[in-house]
Design a binder for this molecule. Structure first.
Ligand code: C2E
Ligand code: MG
Ligand code: MG
Ligand code: MG
Length: 285
């Protein structure tokens, strides 16, 4: 029997060190101003068709450039943002910016699907449904071109609630994607119980494919699983040409990773083409 309790934020007192504590408290105080004064912004990582190298979408990734600390990666502030109770606020900001970027890409002749990351903890509550509906209404972005990548799915504690919320989100138009597939305990259960239409193989497996036969076997197995369930499989973390070749030969359709492109700015996406891919890779796709 599954528990119906929702995710309990970590108490600040449970955090590891004094430094964490101070950082966490200062973050709580600064997150809102950082959001309103433009310190927090998005960059975009291309997703390509493995067969042709064609750009088929971008994943929006959040960045925080603090005037004192410099660039803070999301891994260093997402969790603290949740603890500070500001995750909904951050997510709304990210969604809005991503949808507006989507419109701006279209104005420049690039009708591009955009993926936004959504923390699993948010899918326990209906607030997220209203938020996504409002942002889609306000921006006018085509819901069918939006993908919601649910990160850290293993943190979903209530599948019934999450199922309802994800179904309502899907009914608005967006694709629902399971991020970082394969990492964490509840991956297969989540895939069975929740309405995902895409899954992203975690880079833990992809990046090890050409050195670790087990990793390669797992990736091929996940690709077959995707086919069986009629779910799009995206390989993330492609770091070299030989991995892309292995993926292509395993029937993988969509890939993302540093070898194809690092996350880049809006303007750089406009210039991104098949020919942006390194020579070495272009011969292979
Ligand atoms: P993710 O959604 O799995 O995103 C992929 C991460 O892997 C990104 O890190 C990206 O820069 C990195 N990456 C892409 N290709 C490669 C590669 O070939 N090799 C390696 N080593 N890394 C690669 P980033 O931008 O630091 O984001 C880290 C995580 O933070 C994301 O993982 C996602 O879970 C979370 N995140 C990012 N933006 C948001 C956001 O707007 N909202 C939420 N809730 N989470 C976000
Ligand atoms: Mg993601
Ligand atoms: Mg991922
Ligand atoms: Mg990941």
């Amino acid at each position: 029997e599954r528990t119906t309790e929702t995710y309990e934020p970590i108490e600040i007192a449970e955090l590891a060190s004094d430094e964490d504590l101070i950082w966490n408290i200062s973050l709580q105080a600064r997150i809102d101003s950082a959001l309103s004064n433009g310190e927090i912004y998005l960059i975009y990582q291309p997703k390509i068709l493995v067969q042709s190298g064609e750009l088929v979408g971008v994943e929006a990734l959040v960045r925080w450039r603090d005037p004192v600390k410099g660039l803070i990666p999301p891994d260093h502030f997402i969790r603290q943002c949740e603890n500070a109770g500001r995750m909904t606020h951050l997510t709304r900001h990210v969604l809005e910016e991503a949808c507006l970027a989507g419109n701006a890409f279209e104005d420049r002749g690039l009708k591009l699907p955009i993926a936004v990351n959504i923390s699993a903890t948010l899918v326990h509550e209906r607030d997220i449904v209203r938020m996504v509906r409002e942002v889609l209404d306000e921006t006018g972005f085509d819901p069918l071109r939006l993908t919601l990548e649910i990160t850290e799915t293993y943190r979903i504690s209530n599948f019934e609630a999450a199922h309802d919320v994800l179904s309502e989100l899907a009914a608005l138009g967006p694709k629902i994607s399971m991020d970082d597939f394969g990492v964490g305990a509840a991956s297969l259960e989540a895939l069975q119980r929740l309405p995902f239409s895409e899954l992203k193989i975690d880079r833990m497996f992809t990046s090890a494919m050409n050195t670790d036969a087990k990793a390669a076997g797992i990736v091929r197995h996940v690709l077959r699983l995707g086919k069986e369930l009629r779910i799009i499989v995206v390989a993330e973390g492609v770091e070299d040409g030989s991995t892309l070749t292995l993926l292509r030969d395993s029937g993988c359709l969509v890939a993302q990773g540093f070898a194809i492109s690092r996350p880049i700015s809006f303007d750089e996406i406009l210039k991104f083409q098949r020919f942006s891919i390194p020579e070495e890779l272009r011969k292979m796709v």
